[in-house]
Design a protein around this ligand. Structure first.
Ligand SMILES: *[C@@H]1O[C@H](CO)[C@@H](O)[C@H](O)[C@H]1NC(C)=O
Ligand SMILES: *[C@@H]1O[C@H](CO)[C@@H](O)[C@H](O)[C@H]1NC(C)=O
Ligand SMILES: *[C@@H]1O[C@H](CO)[C@@H](O)[C@H](O)[C@H]1NC(C)=O
Ligand SMILES: *[C@@H]1O[C@H](CO)[C@@H](O)[C@H](O)[C@H]1NC(C)=O
Ligand SMILES: *[C@@H]1O[C@H](CO)[C@@H](O)[C@H](O)[C@H]1NC(C)=O
Ligand SMILES: *[C@@H]1O[C@H](CO)[C@@H](O)[C@H](O)[C@H]1NC(C)=O
Length: 236
């Protein structure tokens, strides 16, 4: 019986929900906003993310989810103030898992040892993030140290700085409490990286930063009955 009513709901959604959804989306996004997915580089950008129409230049969705497309090839989070040297570039989006893989391009720059701008940054990656985006707990962390003397960790040989070191494989802490990893006489910066086995090798810090890390997003508030959320309700 439960199964039958469940399938009935699916039927109702398919037959009635779809046209309603399209009408709702148009209404919500305003005239002139296309509801179809767009691409930037290899990535398909679709709800809740959106790319502004070049001509219209108007808001077509929640501002936090606006995506820019640098050089027609690199998608980035507009809300992160991306300039090419700062902000968050997007490498991948999993709409099903509400995850996106991003690169903190400023950290990539700051810890690029072949770069003359290599230096010890003054911000933790997480402090540049705002809701609805959160660091996914599955990431591991790199911790970079700027010390007054040498310590027994992998050294980061920046041109104009000395005594910079890095540790890898530090588990995510919801409260950002990394006191166990504090070193006397050192400033610390925490950078999340993908939680692969390689995420534990500090020697690969440049590659790890370039590979990015996972952010999770909270669904944008919606008062409307959308096809996506009703579908999830029926299935669960
Ligand atoms: C994009 O496509 C190119 C060519 O198919 C591939 O080499 C590259 O890895 C892809 N990038 C991403 C982020 O999937
Ligand atoms: C922009 O894209 C063009 C064509 O794909 C490429 O040749 C050029 O290197 C890119 N520039 C940057 C800064 O990525
Ligand atoms: C690091 O800097 C060098 C020299 O400026 C540049 O060629 C290289 O692309 C940079 N690497 C990354 C990952 O940004
Ligand atoms: C690095 O040090 C050299 C020599 O002291 C100096 O000329 C250069 O401007 C410095 N670069 C940065 C980015 O601070
Ligand atoms: C970065 O985070 C670590 C760990 O939470 C903290 O000890 C450190 O003071 C932070 N650094 C800055 C510049 O906020
Ligand atoms: C970490 O990477 C370095 C350089 O690639 C390698 O020599 C070392 O064996 C690796 N360490 C571990 C524990 O895998």
């Amino acid at each position: 019986m439960a199964t039958t009513s469940c399938w009935f709901l699916v039927f109702v959604w398919v037959v009635w929900g779809l046209p309603l959804t399209l009408a709702g989306a148009e209404e919500q996004q305003g005239e002139g906003c296309s509801t179809s997915a767009k691409t930037c580089g290899n990535l398909t950008i679709t709800h809740p993310f959106w790319i502004a129409d070049r001509e219209a230049g108007r808001s077509c969705g929640p501002l936090d989810f606006q995506v820019g497309c640098s050089n027609d090839s690199i998608p980035f989070l507009r809300s992160s103030g991306f300039t090419g040297y700062t902000g968050f570039a997007i490498m991948d989006i999993s709409y099903k898992d509400r995850n996106l893989r991003v690169v903190d391009v400023r950290k990539e720059e700051d810890f690029n040892v072949s770069n003359s701008r290599c230096n010890f940054p003054s911000w933790n990656t997480s402090s540049k993030l705002a809701l609805p985006f959160k660091v996914n707990p599955a990431n591991l962390n790199l911790i970079f140290y700027k010390c007054t003397k040498r310590v027994a960790l992998v050294e980061v040989r920046c041109v104009n700085t000395s005594n910079v070191f890095v540790r890898a494989g530090v588990r995510f802490d919801e409260m950002r409490n990394y006191v166990d990893y504090a070193l006397e006489g050192c400033d610390a910066i925490v950078v999340p990286v993908m939680g692969s086995s390689d995420g534990a090798n500090a020697s690969h810090f440049e590659q790890l930063i370039s590979d990015g890390f996972l952010l999770t997003w909270d669904p944008p508030p919606t008062s409307k009955f959308t096809g996506q959320s009703s579908f999830n309700q029926v299935r669960s």
